[in-house]
Write a protein that binds this ligand. Structure first.
Ligand code: FMN
Length: 221
């Protein structure tokens, strides 16, 4: 697969077939992603590959926290307190497109809640990757992490694998750190679900929209 194809075919996959991903394949993906750039080559990434009973422990813990309305306690604030345009409208559209693909109506709060909870089951993916960064590192290293995580997702495409980055799975970082024996010194950035996409599911058949490059680019001579 060439790079353009990998970038353009990566979508957030929210349904997976029941097929394991071999450790060899996961290793190959991480082996490529390690060539990501980072400021002064600090390579700030730390990854946990989570499968089987450990994944189930985390799912149980996350669902328990959400169902008991325990306030989320993420290591960083992903989204703004209040939304402004154009981000507000794009976020709204993103939700509308997803619910339409899932055939969930505007008023169907129960189904919307259930769709949200699917996050904590990693959408049925056999693997979830958790990405951590040392709290001593600065904001710049979080930029490095973004590049690294994207490269993991692109390398996964080479193997016919789908991914979904999931900030929702970092809502309760203490619980995840405990299950994975990760010291408090590391911030949890996000999880990424990994597995073979279920192409028959409508939720994997729609595409999110994008602005034209000309709308965010200014050219200078
Ligand atoms: C860091 C990050 C966190 C995300 N968290 C979630 C999440 O918790 N749940 C989810 O369903 N999608 C999540 N997404 C997926 C976005 O909704 C998705 O990338 C966006 O709508 C664009 O769609 P695409 O990935 O299919 O191109 C996340 C994306 C990123 C980059």
């Amino acid at each position: 697969m060439n790079i353009n194809e990998a970038i353009e075919s990566r979508i957030s996959v929210r349904a997976y077939i029941d097929k394991p991903v071999t450790n060899d394949t996961i290793n190959k993906i991480l082996d490529v992603a390690r060539w990501s750039p980072s400021g002064t080559n600090t390579q700030p990434w730390k990854v946990a590959v989570v499968q089987g009973s450990t994944k189930q422990t985390i799912t149980d813990g996350l669902l328990n926290a959400v169902n008991n309305k325990i306030p989320p306690n993420p290591d960083y604030q992903y989204y703004p307190e209040s939304w402004v345009e154009p981000f507000k409208s794009r976020r709204f559209q993103c939700g509308m497109d997803l619910y339409e693909a899932l055939d969930i109506g505007r008023e169907d709060k129960e189904k919307r809640l259930e769709a949200g909870l699917a996050n904590y089951r990693f959408f049925g993916a056999p693997v979830t990757l958790f990405f951590f960064i040392d709290k001593d590192m600065g904001k710049g290293s979080w930029v490095d992490m973004g590049m690294f995580i994207q490269n993991v997702m692109l390398a996964a495409r080479e193997h016919g694998l789908g991914t979904c980055p999931q900030a929702s799975t970092s809502d309760y970082p203490d619980l995840v750190r405990k299950a994975l024996n990760v010291p408090d010194q590391f911030s949890l950035i996000c999880g990424v679900a990994l597995g073979y996409p279920d192409d028959s599911e409508p939720v994997n058949q729609y595409r999110t929209q994008r602005e034209e490059a000309s709308s965010f680019t200014t050219w200078f001579d």
